[in-house]
Design a protein around this ligand. Structure first.
Ligand code: PRX
Length: 632
């Protein structure tokens, strides 16, 4: 991120303005008024929100900011699960549905707030019984079943730090994350179910913990009945076996505001993923506030976020935010195209979903399938629809607004990151929307587009997306790599550099263009080029590899790898398939290259760094830019 980024925007004036009732009925009211109220008294703003929640001990100060380190709700004591569960059970939501889960072939499970609290408590007691304590790391590698959410909340109940790993990762990726975190316990399921097929998870996990000495127990949620997977004595525990005989009450661990709540690995520009650490109070307040205000969630709404809890979107907007608000959350393990591409719209009709939150890659896939699929179903229950994960391009915006939102629902295109923990930029409900633009900073956040010196760029100009003041749900460090944390705040003087390129439009609307670094967003998943390269190089036939992202009309980007073979290996289809299989097994199916090209040489700087930028320009037939550092 050292070069200036020179883009001039030719702006369209297209605006979509939702009906006046949206603003009139919203929690926020008028955006500008709310934003100015925040600017006039930032601490007072967050103080008022935090007071809506339950605390064991209140804070001495809303924040303490010693650049680049923040403490929020200083010295407060709390437990996030007391807010996600007990607060509702104590008040009027005891019988309200918290989780409404649907599996394939009609399987349905319903948890009221009371039932969820009891199940979480029993599992938390089970974890305590096998010796899990506050501060211990627990790795959760599970499909999208209620047990995944129960496991997360149970960890939070007893102060154990969960590290959820998306179940689409392979052995090496999982092993690395378990070892990095020194997880004491791993929680998994025997299988996940996708498109009518059982996908085994257990073998991946068993292999991943072979050389992970920190792991004392493996807890398995056994879904397959005939025959059930075997539980090996002592070391392995059955998920429900662990809960058996456990009391359905579990005193929540008293957490300091700054005690870690969870860590979550995200791809970086090196081969090692970054363990993003979030703490208790600020994360709770930030996700509670944004869930309530950005989705404008009302008491009777049924809310559906299609993400997997294995990613930050699931942590913040399936689990912690919505449950802190007391929402009814619909969760499904079903894929968008099975048994047919109408399934999601059918679910919206059946469940009468009011607020729907998905990703551009899914929207573009549906766009390709045609409007006849959503048109078969009654989507009138929808009130607000959202998007996250990558830029929502204007064509996809227009389609989503019309085919799903029926020209009525506001779209909240939310820009944020694993690191930010909560929504940072969007167009708040009721405000005019501009296709291609995520919007403006959420009240509570100061966002801007800056040049490499940190100066605000004039309207119509491109630059780096930056956050100019701390916010409650900000990550506090990178696990065991605080230097990496500081880098986010030191790359551009005085601001948090998000790593994204953006353009500032008229009226302060921000258009996010994509990553400024070596991270490729494929179907909404962050993939580090270095991680794929090191997976390729770990194959015995590969000497060197370079990976780039290529624009893809549905996935956003696809992965192309350039590979130099070791002497004695012949390029060909068979080897290509071998390499693809190898990456699938090590990193997982989400990181598999879509294209591999065997080459004799890679463009490098004189100091030996691969110039992916040059490869990409050549591949796309574009100008490679400055190549003065390129070796002969
Ligand atoms: O490049 C931005 C893109 O996703 C990155 C963050 O990825 P991750 O940490 O996996 O979190 C994804 C879910 C929050 C960002 O740096 N991104 C996310 N949302 C948007 C986006 N790009 C454009 N528009 C968005 N709404």
């Amino acid at each position: 991120m050292t070069e200036d980024f020179d883009v001039k925007l030719v702006e369209s004036d297209v605006r979509y303005t939702p009906g006046p009732e949206y603003k009139a009925d919203s929690w926020l009211g008028d955006y500008e008024t709310a934003y100015q109220a925040f600017l006039a008294d930032p601490d007072g703003f967050w103080d008022r929100i935090a007071r809506e929640l339950d605390w064991i001990r209140p804070w001495d100060a809303v924040k303490e900011w010693k650049y680049p380190y923040a403490r929020w709700f200083v010295n407060a004591k709390l437990n996030i699960t007391a807010n996600c569960l007990d607060r509702h059970v104590k008040n009027h939501r005891r019988n309200k549905v918290a989780l409404l889960w649907q599996g394939e072939e009609g399987a349905e499970r319903i948890y009221t707030y009371q039932k969820l609290l009891s199940e979480v408590s029993r599992f938390a007691n089970g974890l305590r019984k096998i010796g899990v304590k506050k501060g211990d790391r627990v790795c959760i590698y599970m499909p999208m079943v209620p047990e995944q959410i129960i496991a997360m909340l149970a960890c939070a109940r007893i102060g154990a730090i969960h590290s959820v790993v998306f179940a689409g990762f392979g052995v090496t990726a999982l092993n690395l994350r378990i070892r990095e975190a020194e997880a004491k316990v791993v929680i998994t399921a025997d299988i996940s179910i996708r498109r009518g097929k059982a996908i085994p998870l257990i073998t991946t996990v068993q292999e991943s913990i072979l050389n992970a000495p920190s792991v004392e127990h493996l807890i398995i949620y056994r879904r397959r009945k005939e025959p059930p997977v075997e539980i090996r004595a002592d070391f392995e525990k059955d998920f429900y076996g662990l809960m058996e005989g456990m009391p359905s009450e579990c005193k929540p661990e008293v957490m300091d505001a700054e005690d870690p709540l969870f860590m979550l690995y995200t791809s970086g520009s090196t081969g090692t993923p970054k363990g993003i650490v979030h703490t208790s109070a600020g994360y709770m307040v930030g996700t509670y506030y944004t869930t309530k205000f950005v989705f404008d969630l009302k008491e009777n709404d049924i809310y559906w976020c299609t993400a997997d809890p294995g990613w930050i979107t699931g942590h913040s907007y399936i689990v912690y935010g919505p449950l802190a608000v007391g929402a009814t959350v619909f969760v499904t393990e079903m894929t968008p195209d099975y048994p047919d591409p109408g399934i999601w719209w059918k679910l919206i009709e059946e469940q009468k979903i009011n607020v729907f939150y998905t990703a551009p890659t899914a929207i573009r896939m549906f766009m390709k399938m045609g409007e006849e699929w959503p048109d078969r179903y009654d989507l009138h229950s929808l009130r607000i629809i959202g998007s996250v994960g990558e830029p929502l391009n204007p064509e996809a915006f227009v389609w989503y607004h019309h085919a799903i939102g029926k020209d009525r629902c506001p779209i909240v295109d939310t820009w944020w990151q694993t690191e930010t923990g909560m929504h940072m930029i969007t167009t708040m409900v009721g405000e005019p929307m501009r296709p291609g633009f995520a919007g403006k900073a959420v009240p509570g956040v100061i966002a801007d587009v800056v040049d490499k010196e940190g100066n605000s760029v004039p309207p119509g100009t491109g630059g780096f997306l930056a956050i100019k003041a701390p916010w409650p749900a900000m990550f506090r460090t990178v696990y065991k790599n605080d230097e990496r944390y500081r880098k986010y705040w030191e790359t551009i003087d005085g601001v948090y550099a998000a790593g994204d390129l953006a353009v500032k439009g008229r009226d302060g609307y921000i258009m996010v263009l994509g990553r400024a670094d070596d991270i490729i967003i494929v179907a909404g998943h962050n993939i580090g080029t270095a991680e794929v390269e090191s997976a390729l190089v770990s194959h015995s036939a590969v000497a060197e590899a370079a990976v780039i992202g290529k624009p893809d009309p549905v996935k956003g980007n696809s992965i192309k790898a350039f590979v130099i073979l070791r002497v004695g290996n012949k390029p060909g289809d068979k080897l290509m398939q071998d390499l693809i299989y190898h990456v699938r097994m090590t990193l997982g199916p989400i990181a598999v290259p879509h294209e591999i090209e065997f080459v004799d040489k890679l463009p490098k700087t004189r100091s030996g760094k691969i110039m992916r930028r040059v490869l990409k320009a050549k591949e796309l037939g574009m100008d490679p830019g400055d190549i003065s550092t390129l070796e002969e």
